[in-house]
Design a protein around this ligand. Structure first.
Ligand SMILES: O=P(O)(O)O[C@H]1O[C@H](CO)[C@@H](O)[C@H]1O
Ligand SMILES: [Mn+2]
Ligand SMILES: [Mn+2]
Length: 406
């Protein structure tokens, strides 16, 4: 029996990327800075958490040693485990973008070796001919936004005008994204999704990686809230990924959370949607029960990035890490001989960093399961080594990128 469970902690970087300076991210370190802030008392929030960052289960799987290998030091204030029993290392990203699709596709053995299109940071973000086509084909009188923005900030600023005028809020970020925020009731969720599908078609010539629907509810700036009905419309990965290769070999890929959207629904046998890290863990545990010999369960834990990294919320990020860590024993209990669990991340999003965007960082690579011998696998050249290790574990032919560490 060989099965694999791949969990991506979205944005959980460990610093130390050799090319970070090229992204203005030299020194960014998601884990290291959260630990530092927590150790200094700056990670406390009444009713949520307090004190040094406490991740006993991931520490026993090698997280402290990963941090030191990636960025040169153990995270501040965290205790070292007596014994490490995981396979542990860190990986560099060779894809040029520090975005979610690039990170996930590279993890799945397919690095992105071309540049995405991006929108300008100064002046209007979107070209007038694009807006004209969007209004015509999308049947709206105009758009709001037309700039780089943080998603929560822009709905607070423009949400009321959106309700009044019916114009969707269109914005972007330092990622290759075109995001559309609209009210679920006033504009309508289905209408928003249709508008995003139309936008997806219009944005292909601009080489934009994703169109993202960001529905929200509430009646005023202070009560607007985004809902779990977010949808990502991605372009297809540039080459077949591990997921396609598994399907070609008669295996099943159980995609939990955003994974289906991130891979444009290619190479996916079953989509299991869930909102929030706790529900994503519940869904992953059920998917483990349902997985057959040779299958992959692939989950994206999005809260780290969306709710805490981009929001530059250190206590929130720390609490989410502690909650995830606390559920790992439930994963352990599910494991059968031949099972492999991999924990990793797709990029960084240091909540202490300037701005609200992702940060170029190395990611942790942790692998464990019955019969997996504990050892260090050092610094991997590419995230693709993760996909290749899973390919080898599941017994399918090797792909063209990356090398198995198993
Ligand atoms: O600020 P919000 O809307 O959460 O946007 C963030 O979410 C996008 C997709 O993950 C990123 O490109 C980033 O800009
Ligand atoms: Mn991501
Ligand atoms: Mn993000």
């Amino acid at each position: 029996m060989a099965r694999a469970f791949l969990f991506v902690l979205d944005s959980f970087g460990v610093g130390g990327a050799p090319d970070a300076a090229a992204y203005g991210d030299e020194g960014a370190d998601t884990l290291g800075h959260i630990a530092e802030f927590c150790a200094a008392g700056a990670g406390d929030r009444a009713g949520l958490r307090s004190g040094p960052l406490c991740l006993p289960n991931m520490s026993e799987l090698g997280l402290m040693h990963i941090a030191r290998a990636a960025s040169g030091q153990f995270p501040a204030g965290m205790s070292l485990p007596e014994k490490v029993y995981g396979v542990y290392g860190t990986a560099n990203e060779i894809s040029r973008g520090k975005d979610t699709p690039s990170g996930h596709w590279e993890i799945a053995g397919t690095p992105v070796n071309f540049d995405w299109g991006y929108f300008p940071t100064e002046g209007d973000a979107f070209p007038p001919e694009l807006i004209e086509a969007l209004c015509r084909d999308g049947d709206v009188l105009g758009i709001l936004g037309n700039c780089h923005a943080s998603g929560t900030e822009i709905i607070a600023r423009l949400g009321e005008e959106h309700i009044r005028t019916g114009k969707p809020i269109c914005y972007t970020s330092s990622d290759s994204v075109f995001q559309v925020a609209a009210h679920e009731a006033h504009f309508g969720l289905e209408r928003l999704l249709t508008f995003c599908r139309i936008a997806r078609g219009l944005l292909d010539p601009y080489n934009i990686g994703r169109v993202i629907a960001r529905p929200f509810i509430g009646q005023s700036a202070s009560t607007f809230q985004r809902t779990g009905n977010r949808r990502d419309f991605s372009v297809l990965p540039p080459e077949p990924t591990l997921l396609d290769r598994l399907l070609q070999n008669g295996r099943h890929v159980h995609a939990v959370g955003k994974i289906g959207d991130i891979f444009a629904h290619q190479g996916i046998s079953r989509v299991i949607k869930a909102t929030g890290n706790e529900a994503l863990m519940d869904a992953s545990l059920s998917a483990i029960d349902a997985a057959n010999d040779g299958d992959l369960v692939f989950t994206n834990f999005v809260d780290f990035d969306m709710n805490y990294g981009h929001r530059r919320d250190v206590p929130g990020y720390a609490a989410a890490l502690e909650a995830f860590d606390a559920r790992l024993p439930e994963v352990h209990k599910k494991l059968k001989p031949g099972d492999l669990v991999v924990l990793t991340a797709d990029h960084g999003c240091d909540p202490t960093w300037r701005g609200t965007d992702h940060t170029r960082e190395r990611v942790p690579v942790i692998a464990f399961g019955p019969g997996i011998r504990s050892r260090s696998i050092g610094v991997r050249r590419t995230y693709a080594d993760i996909g290749e290790s899973i390919a080898r574990h599941l017994g399918i032919p090797a792909g063209p990128h990356g090398r198995s560490f198993l």
